[in-house]
Design a protein around this ligand. Structure first.
Ligand SMILES: [Zn+2]
Length: 346
């Protein structure tokens, strides 16, 4: 990156020199460095435990259920009398999943053999280390996860052989795991993994405990489903939440706070649709229809995001980084899924 950018910088500097003074040259050189915005500090409450030398943390959730994080991604596993049940295998944690399982199994004197792997959904960033557990592992997932993984044909993510459509209760080594699918949300195949005897719900890519969602509502395919998901999660009894991202576990308060954040964005979007005047954008750009659309819709999402950023800065980490992106995607859903603000030509 640095090497590649050097000739460009020299070239610009050179041209600036030819054009005139040293002052111009200095200014040009300085301006070629990327201008990086500053953001609000990350609240301490958003951060999790320190990682070990190998770059992971493994901790007990409850009894024989453990979670592993590299600070950005999360995986979990259950040690049972029949072996280990792994819940997701993010490639960023990769071989550290094996190390974490070995560490816990050795400490507790139980089997470290991974016998089952449950996919939360088909995405590579949560399942891309699945191939590390290739031999003799039963892979379990939603029927749509199987269809999508067969479609994507990624050797890192073998498709699950055992599938279910709406509900499936597993009992492995005397431990219960209830799987449920309530329709699409973040992805078409994203499931709820409830461990009733461990007071835990795993639901990935919906709520990032302590943090705002990343780009466009956690890169969500179905915004109405995504917005409903926290309420569905809260119907279950549980104390511990495994959201799949960032460095700490979640609580019911985290899920409730996220639900409020999304509701605030949706309300603010409706208000912005009602109040931002599209006229100046279309007048200015004339026949360039896309420039008018961009100017107007960016203005609506920025107006919608502003009060939400103000409310959640210091509450949810990176609210000032990604709320505008999420507001844009919620706005598109409110316009296109719900038809809000849609006008029929007279
Ligand atoms: Zn995903």
């Amino acid at each position: 990156m640095l090497v590649l950018s050097m000739p460009d910088r020299t070239d610009r500097k050179g041209r600036a020199s030819r054009q005139g003074s040293n002052m111009t040259s200095t200014t040009s050189s300085a301006s070629s460095a990327p201008v990086l915005p500053d953001y609000a500090p990350v609240p301490q409450s958003a951060l999790g435990p320190a990682l070990n030398e190998q770059g992971y943390y493994v901790g007990r959730v409850e009894r024989n259920l453990y979670w592993v994080t590299d600070g950005t991604y999360q995986s979990a596993f259950l040690t049972t009398s029949d072996g280990v049940v792994l819940l997701d295998a993010p490639p960023t944690i990769g071989h550290n999943i094996r190390r974490a399982v070995d560490e816990i199994a050795a400490a507790n004197g139980v089997s470290n053999k991974v016998t089952h792997l449950i996919y939360s959904h088909h995405h590579a960033d949560h399942g891309g280390a699945s191939f590390l557990f290739d031999k003799d592992v039963s892979r379990i997932g939603h029927v749509e996860t199987r269809r999508l993984l067969l479609r994507d044909d990624d050797p890192a993510r073998p498709a699950p052989e055992e599938t279910f459509q709406d509900r499936r209760s597993l009992e492995i080594g005397g431990e219960r795991i209830d799987l449920a699918w309530y329709g699409s949300n973040h992805s078409p195949d994203n499931i709820y993994i409830h461990l009733p005897d461990h007071d835990t719900l795993m639901l990935v890519d919906i709520v990032n405990a302590g943090w705002a969602p990343v780009y466009i509502s956690n890169l969500t395919e179905d915004i109405p489903g995504y917005i409903e998901a926290p309420s569905k999660a809260l119907v279950y009894p549980w104390k511990h939440f495994i959201g799949g991202h960032l460095g700490r576990l979640g609580t019911r308060d985290d899920v409730t706070l996220h639900r409020q954040y999304m509701a605030d964005i949706a309300a603010s979007v409706r208000q912005a649709i009602d109040t931002v005047d599209p006229t100046p954008y279309f007048v200015k750009y004339g026949e360039n229809a896309w420039a008018g659309v961009k100017g107007y819709l960016d203005a609506v999402s920025d107006a919608a995001a502003a009060p939400v950023v103000e409310k959640y800065t210091g509450v949810l980490a990176a609210a000032d980084v990604f709320t505008a992106s999420t507001a844009f995607w919620v706005m598109e859903s409110i316009r296109l899924d719900l038809g809000y603000g849609s006008q029929v030509h007279p």
